[in-house]
Write a protein that binds this ligand. Structure first.
Ligand code: CA
Length: 142
């Protein structure tokens, strides 16, 4: 079963590109364009990971969305930011983000970060029900 990623991004071009990149490597992708929709969707869909843009339209920016998500969910969050200043990154981590990507990012970097965060978040109890029981390989098959 493919892992599901919720993309929260108001820039249609970026959202589309991110969706194409992630679908191409086998993830299921849902996209929303503001913080309110992200919170609604998260409660219903239970994605495995959230890509959260920092600058969003409406009352909720990325930091606020992140804080609210952390009130009820441990779903890993990667923040997308156009700003590389240290303060922004620290605020993101304080709000509960697991990692960040600074725009513009390459497809390779996006996929690498998503894979790394998903790997870190995986816990045995979450993988045991839907999959056939087998030992987790220590190395990737060649
Ligand atoms: Ca934005």
């Amino acid at each position: 079963m493919s892992e599901r990623i919720l993309v929260v991004e108001d820039e249609a071009r970026v959202a589309r590109l991110v969706g194409e990149i992630l679908r191409a490597v086998g993830y299921e992708v849902m996209t929303v364009a503001n913080g309110k929709a992200a919170l609604d969707r998260l409660a219903i869909e239970r994605p495995d990971l959230i890509l959260l843009d920092l600058m969003l339209p409406g009352d909720l920016d990325g930091y606020e969305v992140c804080r609210r998500i952390r009130e009820f969910s441990e779903t890993p969050i990667i923040m997308l930011t156009a700003r590389a200043q240290e303060n922004d990154l620290l605020r993101g981590f304080e709000a509960g983000a697991d990692d960040y990507l600074t725009k513009p990012f390459s497809a390779k970097e996006l996929v690498a970060r998503v894979k790394a965060v998903l790997r870190r978040s995986q816990r045995p109890e979450e993988t045991s029900t839907a999959t056939v029981r087998r030992p987790v390989p220590l190395t990737r098959p060649a």
